[in-house]
Design a binder for this molecule. Structure first.
Ligand SMILES: [Fe+2]
Ligand SMILES: [Fe+2]
Length: 395
């Protein structure tokens, strides 16, 4: 359990969760890491901790650098238990340590721990704390990802501990971005953004503004690898995601009972492709909603199809829409389609949903009784072409 030196006398001492496959509903086929960092200065400082069951792994890594009981400061950037789940263990080992956090951070810790026995130093946004040769500056980043979230910056090393911002759920022996490569990181950072951070685009833009003046040559997030080579690429895509900017692409998401809705999805795809728009197709029977959200992140048009079951949409489609509503993607073109035997409420509910979240609907919903006839498939293809034209005409 070796630590990894990331800057002189600054070490990664986190835990690797090789087995995690579901992070509160977000499917994580590559596992994840919880990153804690140790700064060895006059004041020995631990930045964040790990999930409770990885406390031993973290303490073992710390022990190969220093005696964990010598920790002077424990910085809590974020109360959520993937980062603060081992605060109790650290304070048991280093009871003299002072917890450095915001007032909201302290309040959150008090909800999870019997924290009255611990020393706290409460800091404001912009405040600097000397560690000896180095200092830490704290910047509040509310809602990236909880109200208490903040980041910590070491000016002397141009190093940002960004906590949940810029994370990715990847377990591995690699600790740095260039050991993994931009393509995979772009995908995993995007999936992470889409499934965790997307509702807080405004707050992300505000946080990026607050960090603008800082010289940064390394970003050490609390999940995944540390950024040192692809920082420019990362700081290019993050504001785009936060600003709900998309690519001229379309995504078709559907479920089907007797194949009619699937047939419509194929005709729609053909029409979109005829307009020159790249299309992704996702069936809710084979793709998890958290994977689909990665596609929603970049898609300008999202076409959603459902048959009618028991006077409503299929439950799989309902679950997808519930997830989508919470993550609040904006500035998309929406389209509802489906098939039915008598009622037809399923696709109507989807159209009502799209309207309720404020997406444009330049093409009316398409709802087909029983099996689509040849003419109806042609209609669907024409609807796909129209949607493709709307995608091409939009910014
Ligand atoms: Fe979090
Ligand atoms: Fe986290």
């Amino acid at each position: 359990m070796n630590p990894v030196q990331i800057k002189p006398n600054i070490y990664w001492v986190g835990g690797i969760d090789w087995h995690l496959r579901n992070f509160h509903g977000y499917i994580t086929p590559r596992g994840t890491t919880y990153n804690a960092y140790l700064i060895v200065d006059e004041q020995i400082t631990l930045i964040d901790t790990v999930k409770d069951y990885l406390a031993d792994e973290m303490l073992e890594r710390i022990s190969s650098v220093c005696d964990p009981s010598d920790i002077d400061y424990l910085v809590v950037n974020h109360v959520e238990m993937d980062h603060s789940g081992s605060v109790g263990r650290v304070m048991d080992v280093a009871p003299e340590a002072t917890i450095v956090t915001s007032a909201k951070g302290r309040e959150g810790l008090e909800h999870h721990y019997d924290a009255a026995r611990w020393d706290f130093e409460l800091i404001d946004s912009g405040e600097e704390l000397s560690l000896g040769e180095r200092s830490l500056t704290f910047v509040y980043t509310p809602m990236v990802h909880w109200p208490d979230s903040m980041v910590s910056y070491v000016q002397q090393e141009s190093l940002l501990f960004s906590n949940d911002a810029f994370g990715q759920h990847i377990a591995g022996h690699e600790r740095f971005d260039d050991e993994v490569g931009w393509d995979l990181l772009h995908e995993e950072a995007g999936k992470y953004y889409a499934n965790i951070v997307m509702p807080y685009g405004m707050q992300v833009l505000r946080a990026l503004q607050a960090l603008e003046g800082l010289k940064i040559d390394m970003i050490a997030p609390s999940h995944g690898v540390i950024w040192r080579t692809f920082i420019e690429d990362l700081l290019d895509v993050y504001p785009r995601w936060a600003g709900h900017e998309t690519n001229p692409e379309a995504l078709i998401v559907y479920d089907t009972m007797w194949d009619s809705t699937r047939q419509l999805s194929t005709a729609l795809r053909r029409g979109l492709e005829e307009s020159g728009v790249p299309v992704k197709v996702r069936s809710l029977q084979t793709s998890h909603v958290s994977e689909i959200m990665t596609d929603v992140l970049s898609a300008r048009a999202v076409l959603i199809g459902t048959p009618t079951l028991n006077n409503g949409m299929l439950p799989t489609v309902g679950a997808f829409l519930t997830y989508l509503r919470g993550l609040r993607p904006q500035n998309r073109i929406g389209f509802a389609f489906g098939s039915y035997g008598w009622g037809g409420q399923g696709a109507q509910e989807v159209a009502g949903f799209i309207e309720s979240i404020g997406w444009d609907m330049p093409v009316d919903l398409m709802n087909v009784r029983y099996r689509p006839e040849v003419e109806q498939l042609e209609e669907a293809e024409a609807a796909g072409r129209k949607l493709g034209e709307a995608v091409n005409a939009s910014e």
